[in-house]
Ligand binder design. Structure first.
Ligand code: GLP
Length: 646
């Protein structure tokens, strides 16, 4: 890993591919920073230096900009440099990569609006130096508009630097699979995966535009320098494919390999699938501690499709893991047994610890018993997706469980759900149901909801009262889901963290207010165990922000007695699942528990997001354990201990 202090300059690093033996699988220079903030700050500083150098020489600077959550911290840092360090943008001309087709500039999800909110409105770039494809040009004028966009870039002297993010399909801009290397600015149809990824922004996939205008791969490759940023574990696999795989039009980011001045700038979580981190023994000597051994043996077993206990010396030697054996002076069988036991000991039906049992080899300690267990749930469905089965077990086994819903999740609730509620009230008023004689205030309330939703239009921003109602609807569904997992209403708490109430997807920003709420919850409950998620997610995601809020509160509480003994177990909800070698606690689930977990997830009707994939991931985890030679379970919920806890 490269830290901010010893990292090479980002804009100078490219061209020097494979700088070390470890990086030899990487076909484009890839710099790994510990987190997105440090990486973004380093890049912003270098861009600022370039802008100022050009200013000193009386020249302009032409930069291509990207949207999405990835560049947001970079833009925030540029704004800071402008406000606090007198960075001026008067000589800067910008060209944005893309725009949704059919959205007006004022549309809350248009990239034009996004760029104003995230950068342009806060710095001194002259309006006439800003260029973004126009999503409203008539269909017959699109071709000319695109050609004109290309010409404007050329007339400005070409792009000095193009900033890029990467979509899950490997796209840059909106160059979906199939975009050729010499494609230019044009209209394209959005991929299904891309539209799904944008669904939260548009309140449902059905509302996401079907097409967009984007710079072509050829347009992008003409830039003098390219920097592609990627954050979070969900990008790890596509980053590896783009950096280490073949150049292919199926992954437009892979074309960066053919540019002689391009760099991938990633955080630790997005780098984990690169060979140097995932299979370090394939690229150099490694320190064979217990963790590394487990990792290599589990990998070998998966690669050869042989249970751990059946691996023999030749399997190790012929697969590049001979050094492992050499490092222990033991035979394969002994190494196998050791790792087998390690994996075996992760399995427990007692996620809160087993009373009076010898806990030497159990993931969780026996005492105290029962324990006080706090389950943190960033968006309402997350805990059920991640640990629905475990929740039920914890309750059954007599622990004191508290389920904390950190955000209201109200942005995910469809308008229809709020309208339905309002209409039911109106109908009740009309029929003068029940003994209530005066329906005027309820009617006025319901009318105001219907009116607010009609006024804001399909994609408009919900006013506070609509968000509040949507949040309450989701609370009802959350309680229903909790009761499927045998939790009583009183065992849930809803925090409605303010960062979420004030924000929008991809643009949330937490503050001290959020941390102090979390601090209060932790301190009041004084847990023996916390279950949390979001540690390695996309840093702009609700899950990741909630985790950081928890982390800050946790760090403020170093002196608390309960904290000294408290374990924090991490779970994965919608994020990338744990790989077998990462799992430190595996809680098996029976078919009946799976049915109830499915039922709890289905309770979230108003968000129309029935993530039954969660069940598939649990079944896959069980299959992987089975293939390693463990007992065959229906499904497994997997956990890792948070290293940052102490
Ligand atoms: C959209 C944009 C891309 C962006 C991608 C990833 O598809 N057109 O330019 O890179 O989303 O978005 P995010 O940064 O939010 O992960």
């Amino acid at each position: 890993m490269t830290t901010a202090s010893d990292s090479p300059a980002i804009l100078e690093a490219s061209g020097k591919k494979q700088s070390t033996q470890q990086e030899r699988f990487e076909k484009v220079r890839t710099l790994v920073h510990s987190d997105s903030s440090s990486a973004s700050a380093a890049l912003a500083q270098e861009v600022a230096d370039m802008i100022q150098e050009r200013q000193a020489a009386g020249k302009g600077f032409v930069i291509g900009l990207a949207t999405g959550s990835t560049p947001v911290p970079f833009y925030r840092e540029l704004i800071r440099l402008h406000r606090e360090e007198e960075l001026s943008f008067h000589n800067v001309t910008t060209f944005n990569l893309d725009e949704y087709y059919g959205l007006t500039q004022g549309h809350p999800e248009s990239y034009f609006r996004f760029m104003r909110d995230q950068l342009f409105d806060h710095v001194d770039i002259p309006a006439e130096q800003i260029n973004i494809p126009d999503g409203t040009v008539a269909m017959e004028a699109v071709y000319d508009h695109c050609l004109d966009y290309e010409q404007r870039i050329d007339q400005a002297g070409g792009l000095d630097l193009q900033i890029l993010g990467i979509g899950r399909t490997g796209h840059i801009g909106f160059n979906e699979p199939g975009s050729s290397k010499d494609s230019i600015t044009r209209m394209i149809t959005l991929d299904r995966v891309t539209r799904q990824d944008a669904a939260a922004d548009f309140m449902g996939v059905a509302n996401v535009p079907r097409s967009a205008i984007t710079m072509g791969v050829g347009t992008i490759l003409k830039a003098k320098r390219l920097v592609l940023m990627a954050w979070g574990g969900n990008k790890a696999e596509i980053v590896r494919e783009a950096v280490e795989g073949d150049v292919t039009d199926q992954i437009s980011a892979s074309f960066l390999q053919e540019h002689d001045n391009s760099t991938f700038l990633v955080d630790e979580a997005a780098s984990t699938a690169l060979t140097r981190f995932q299979f370090p023994w394939l690229v150099g000597t490694v320190d064979w501690d217990d963790r590394m051994r487990k990792r290599a043996v589990v990998w070998l077993s998966g690669k050869l499709k042989k249970p751990v206990l059946k691996l023999v010396d030749e399997d190790y030697n012929e697969s590049g893991t001979g050094e492992l054996l050499a490092s222990t002076s033991k035979e394969a069988y002994e190494v196998n047994i050791n790792v087998f036991n390690h994996v075996q000991h992760t399995i427990t039906g007692w996620p809160g610890g087993k009373k009076d049992a010898d806990d030497t080899n159990r993931p969780e300690r026996a005492f105290p018993f029962p324990k006080r267990i706090l389950v943190l749930c960033p968006e309402p469905a997350d805990a059920f997706i991640g640990i629905g089965g475990t929740l039920e077990r914890l309750k059954e086994q007599g622990h004191t469980v508290k389920l904390v819903f950190q955000t209201s999740g109200n942005l995910r609730v469809a308008d229809g759900a709020a309208l339905n509620f309002a209409r039911v009230v109106l109908e009740m008023a009309e029929q003068e149901l029940s003994e209530v004689s005066n329906w005027e205030s309820q009617k006025a309330y319901a009318d105001s909801i219907v009116q607010a939703i009609e006024e804001k239009g399909e994609f408009g921003i919900d006013p506070g009262r609509v968000r509040k109602l949507k949040g309450l609807i989701l609370r009802g569904e959350s309680r229903d889901a909790a009761s499927v997992c045998r939790l009583e209403a009183a065992e849930s708490e809803f925090l409605d963290l303010p960062f979420y109430e004030k924000g929008r997807y991809r643009r949330f920003q937490s503050t001290e207010d959020d941390v102090s709420i979390m601090n209060r919850v932790l301190n009041d409950f004084a847990p023996d165990i916390v279950f949390a998620t979001g540690d390695a997610g996309d840093p702009s995601s609700v899950q990741s922000i909630c985790f950081r809020v928890f982390e800050s509160a946790w760090n403020e509480l170093t002196g608390a007695d309960w904290r000294q003994e408290c374990n924090v177990w991490l779970y994965r909800g919608r994020d990338r699942s744990y790989e077998a070698h990462e799992i430190e606690m595996a809680v098996p689930m029976s078919p009946d528990q799976m049915d109830r977990k499915a039922e709890s997830i289905r309770k979230f009707i108003s968000i129309g997001d029935d993530d039954q994939n969660a069940l598939t991931r649990n079944r896959e985890a069980a299959e992987i354990y089975d293939a390693l030679g463990m007992a065959e379970y229906e499904a497994i919920e997997a956990f890792q201990k948070w290293q940052g806890a102490k």
